[in-house]
Design a protein. Structure first.
Length: 71
């Protein structure tokens, strides 16, 4: 699978927010939760976009037999 620009941007965004969340995990709980929520939202958008791309590559989600969304 080749990365498209949107997938790469979402991956970078989710990663950045995860790193910020980890940075503040033990020093500022409110800031940690703020960045973790942003990470979670970006990760959900990333998953949706990835699944859409996989559906286009395989013609449908039949190739994803046995795989379910985590959330």
């Amino acid at each position: 699978m080749q990365f498209d620009d949107m997938l790469e941007n979402l991956l970078n965004e989710a990663t950045m927010y995860f790193l910020f969340a980890k940075r503040y995990e033990y020093v500022d709980p409110q800031r940690h939760m703020y960045f973790y929520q942003k990470h979670f939202d970006a990760a959900m958008r990333l998953e949706q976009h990835y699944m859409m791309l996989m559906g286009e590559e395989h013609g449908s989600h039949k190739g994803m037999h046995g795989h379910f969304s985590m959330y």
